[in-house]
Structure formats: C-alpha cells, structure tokens
Design a protein around this ligand. Structure first.
Ligand code: ATP
Length: 248
C-alpha cells in the first residue's frame, strides 16, 4: 500500500523574466515521512523547483509558475512563503544563509518567527535542536559569521527546525563541505526523519551521498524529470552510474 503524499508537484513550469522556460513540466511526489532526492547537474533546475514550491520566485520580476502544488492535501501555489512555513513546509536555501552578525542561538530563534505559541515551547525546541546538533550548543554564543561552513549549514537546518516543520526542502546541503561533514549532516537528517517524522525533499549534486540516504530519487536534466525510481534501483542504473556516480 502506498503512503499518502505529503507533497505533490504536478506538471509545474517556470518561466524566468517572462521568456526563459526553465522548468518544462516537472512532477514529483514526497510520501509522508519520506526522504526524496532531487538530483541533477548544475543548472538542471533543482533550485528552481524548490523555489517554485516555496513560492520564492519573483512574480514581480516577471517569473511565472504554472501547474499545481499540493501540500497536505491542499493547493498551495497562491500562499506566501510565510503561510507555507506556518503550515509546515520550509525551505533551507543553498549557501546556508545564516545571519553572520547574530549568534548561533539568535539565528536559531529567528526560525521561530512564524510561530504563535509561547516562549516555553520555543525554549524546548531549542533544546531539541541542540540535542541533534551538539556542535551548535557548543557554539551557541559565537557569531555565525565566525563559524565554519559545516556549522553554518547545521545552523540553517536548525533554524528551519525551529518552525516545527513537517517537511523541509533542503537545497544542496553538501555544497562546499568536506565528505566527512556531509556524512555527519546527512546522518542527522536521517535521525530527524526517523525520530521527528520530518519529510525531506533534498536537492543534491552529490548523487552518491543523496542516494545513500533517500528512499526515492528524481533526476532532472534541462528542466525535465528524465528518470525516477527507488534509490536502490537508481544506484544500479547504468546511465546513473555513468553520468552521475562517476563509475562507468
Ligand atoms: P544549481 O546547482 O546551480 O543550484 P540547479 O539545478 O538548482 O543548479 P537552477 O538554479 O534551478 O538549477 O537553474 C536552472 C536554470 O535556470 C539555469 O539555466 C539557470 O541559469 C537559470 N536561472 C536560474 N535563476 C534564474 C533567474 N533568476 N533568471 C533567469 N534564469 C535563471
């Protein structure tokens, strides 16, 4: 029996600046409690897909999004990014985006801005974040701008957790990090998935690592899904091996 999807993206198209067709009808599904990888080379359209879901594209600049996005059974294309966060879907942007002049703890607390519950619950969630990321606890009083790339990535994920999400859209967490640190972060993603029930849509160029942690994957090329399947099947696929896993 199939698990109900928490997120369905149906045939979305994105046009940048009114003319540049970048997504040419992308469809994908994330089952409740799933980790799904969105794979593809630089420029394939991974970030654009995540931003289309979060409604972070610039309509005012002439970016157009078509198609349907359904989160927890409801159409969400017209919602503001904040409203989507309130409903439980949050994006962690590529490049980590911590506030460099705030401490790690202050950064984490900014993640609770959409919440309407009080200080006690927020304090508790801060503890929850520190329990998954002990390094953040150690660095809680450091200015984020002076912490390492790995710590900033952890801080970005931790901040997202402070909104109590059911789903995180995680854009390229491995970017610029040493393999061991990437593994450490992916292990924590897995624990969050198992223990907290958070679903993940994980955009990654690091196919090898992503397919180790995701259960299912979609491969984007030039704005289209060219292949999708169980992670185990993708790992064995000859084209995936040759073009994405670097073993011909
Ligand atoms: P990356 O790993 O670099 O994030 P990606 O797979 O996420 O790659 P996107 O960033 O979604 O790819 O980019 C898809 C295509 O859209 C690329 O050709 C890119 O040049 C183009 N593009 C991205 N942002 C804009 C924009 N604001 N205006 C016009 N074109 C854009």
């Amino acid at each position: 029996p199939d698990v109900a999807p928490v997120l369905s993206v149906n045939n979305i198209e994105v046009i940048y600046d009114r003319v540049i067709l970048v997504l040419k009808g992308v469809s994908l599904t994330v089952p409740e409690g799933g980790i799904v990888a969105l794979l593809g080379a630089n420029g394939a359209g991974k970030t654009t897909t995540l931003k289309a879901i979060s409604n972070l594209l610039g309509a005012e600049r002439g970016d157009v999004t078509k198609g349907a996005i359904i989160f927890k059974g409801e159409r969400v294309e017209a919602l503001s990014p904040n409203e989507l966060v309130r409903r439980g879907c949050i994006q962690v942007m590529e490049g980590r985006h911590c506030f460099g002049h705030l401490t790690i703890e202050e950064n984490l607390l900014t993640g609770a801005y959409t919440r309407r519950d009080g200080g006690g619950a927020i304090r508790q969630d801060l503890e929850m974040v520190y329990s998954y990321f002990p390094r953040l606890r150690e660095r809680r009083s450091s200015l984020a701008g002076y912490t390492s790339g790995g710590e900033q990535q952890m801080c970005a994920i931790g901040r997202a957790l402070m909104s109590r999400p059911t789903m995180i859209l995680l854009d390229e967490p491995s970017m610029g990090l040493a393999p061991q640190l990437v593994e450490e972060i992916f292990e924590i993603v897995k624990q969050l998935n198992v223990n907290e029930g958070v679903s993940f849509l994980l955009a990654e160029q690091n196919t090898n690592m992503a397919l180790k942690y995701a259960k299912y994957g979609y491969i984007l090329e030039n704005g289209r899904v060219v292949l999708d399947g169980e992670a185990s099947a993708l790992r064995e696929n000859e084209d995936v091996k040759e073009f994405y896993l670097g073993v011909g």
